[in-house]
Design a protein around this ligand. Sequence first.
Ligand code: FAD
Length: 333
Amino acid sequence: MSLQDYKGVFVFVQQVDNKVSGVSFELLGKGKELAAALETEVTAVLLGYQVSGLCEELAKYGADKIITVDDKALEVYTTEPYTHAMAQVIEHYKPAIVLYGATAIGRDLAPRVSARVHTGLTADCTKLEIAEDTKEFRMTRPAFGGNIMATIICPEHRPQMATVRPGVMQKAKANESAKAVVENLSVDFAGRQNVEVLEVVKSVIDKMDIQDAKILVSGGRGMGCPDNFQLLRDLADALGGEVSASRACVDAGWAEKDIQVGQTGKTVRPNLYIACGISGAIQHLAGMEDSDVIIAINKDETAPIFEVADYGIVGDVTKILPLFTEKVKAAMA
Ligand code: FAD
């Protein structure tokens, strides 16, 4: 079988408790673009148990075709049966490209599948494109601590596989009338399930994920001390937003890892990102530079954050933030 016989762009659809994860819609949007450049289709691969109810939503967000593997063995994510199902789908349908979200599940699954089907995998891609002339699939990701962007190709094996972090790609606009062809692949899981999930314990989180926030007030080392994070919280509350942080603050123990923005944190794309006492290191910018509007507050007028900011305020955050919050409250009153 030659490489040319592999066709189509496949997206692994992550679902947990029969709810599709946001990154899968983002990948369907990107998959659609790649498929158009290759004059082919985008196919959603939906693994789970009693998941047929999710197909309509996948069609709305761009899937031309949906392949389901519906089996009790796939009710809760575990590595072995999911790897087996995904490898069976690949062996049966021979896709040219397969995309996964770089989530805890995607990061566990994709490398296993790549080893199983003997192909490569580019992790944590920030850009995916099809070369106009050669139609080669180009996967770009930060390398060497984010100091260079490396573009990786997979010329000798198929499928070409990549993981992409949530928030990096944009989900396509929903097309309410779109329909997709649904096909079920039956897979034999006998001997493929050596781990039994006895109980799933969920942690209760009462705050919003920073990736869902429309407004982020983000603090860096320039906040000076953890107590000054209250100034960020006050402004965020006045604006109806959330607080996020740079890695320097997370490393210092001033903020939870869960709210870190950047290459080793989360990628965010809010309507408004207010960077307070953040220098604008490349690894931080990688996680927020696609925000719609960026306001930077920094006492150093040469700080790199001002290069990506739409509005800049040069000054001391501890003085500016209370004034900013007052003005917002007055405007909202
Ligand atoms: P600093 O760089 O120390 O900047 C503090 C800023 O505050 C300065 O610009 C200063 O002028 C300003 N300032 C100081 N006092 C005041 C004041 N009173 N008022 C106003 N401004 C003031 N970083 C991330 O954020 N996210 C990541 O995911 C991430 N991943 C990384 C991955 C790798 C592999 C590596 C090597 C690094 C990574 N980093 C990441 C770290 C990154 O390189 C920077 O070190 C970090 O972003 C710096 O955080 P900062 O801007 O808060 O601190």
